[in-house]
Design a binder for this molecule. Structure first.
Ligand SMILES: [Zn+2]
Length: 232
């Protein structure tokens, strides 16, 4: 179990947990020690074990594929998808959207209307993607012994998850909604981006590089189309 602790400047004494890609992210203040965070996890170990197991099963199974009613809920902004997991969206009083224990909370004024609710969710996803995806990119880069000169996370056109670059650029440019995809698809897109550090075009040599790091990449190509609704 990997634990990442992030600290903010307040003195609330609260610890908030997010579990993303089987890593526990704890957000707390300056006064709470790492030992206190670990003790909390130890005291609630059954809950954490259940969350981690559910995530592993969801990543490996076809449960990532969404039925029409779930897609409708995502479009209406009462649910959203984060790292392949379907998350409830609820209203609360604070101004900034926040993910707490698998529920995304949105300010109650913004929550009332479908359009402002969806705009808040997209803003949150962009922030989450900018926080979370660069770490994942660098860990895949380390495995491939490659280091990007530049990482860009932004909104791309509806038919694009990534920008295909060339060996001179050594750049990784991803759509922020990549953060909504399951782990395997995120990795596939990152490996694809890194493979352009060797080959500018999608030739045989390019796919050989992809295959070296993701044997069943053709499955990923098929599965990605199931998530194209996220880019509409
Ligand atoms: Zn490409």
């Amino acid at each position: 179990m990997k634990l990442v602790i992030q600290r903010h400047n307040g003195h609330t004494g609260k610890i908030q947990f997010r579990i993303i890609d089987n890593v526990i992210h704890a957000e707390t203040d300056q006064d709470t020690s790492a030992d206190e965070v670990k003790q909390y996890i130890k005291a609630n170990k059954n809950w954490f074990a259940k969350k981690l197991t559910t995530q592993i099963n969801q990543t490996d199974s076809k449960s990532n594929l969404r039925c029409d009613s779930q897609i409708a809920q995502i479009f209406s902004g009462i649910k959203t998808l984060i790292c392949g997991e379907l998350i409830d969206v609820m209203s609360y009083q604070d101004k900034k959207p926040e993910l707490i224990d698998d529920i995304l909370y949105i300010n109650q004024q913004k929550f009332k209307d479908k359009y402002t609710r969806n705009a808040e969710i997209q803003k949150f996803l962009l922030r989450l993607a900018k926080d979370f995806l660069p770490q994942e990119i660098s860990s895949i880069g380390t495995k491939m012994s490659l280091c990007p000169c530049k990482i860009t996370i932004k909104a791309l056109h509806s038919d694009q998850w990534i920008v295909c670059t060339n060996p001179k650029q050594r750049e990784i440019c991803l759509d922020y909604r990549v953060v909504q995809l399951p782990s395997k698809l995120r990795k596939f897109l990152m490996i694809h981006s890194f493979a352009h550090f060797y080959q500018a075009v999608h030739n045989y040599a390019f796919w050989q590089v992809v295959q070296q790091y993701m044997g069943n990449y053709t499955d990923c190509l098929n599965q990605l189309s199931d998530f194209s609704f996220l880019k509409m």
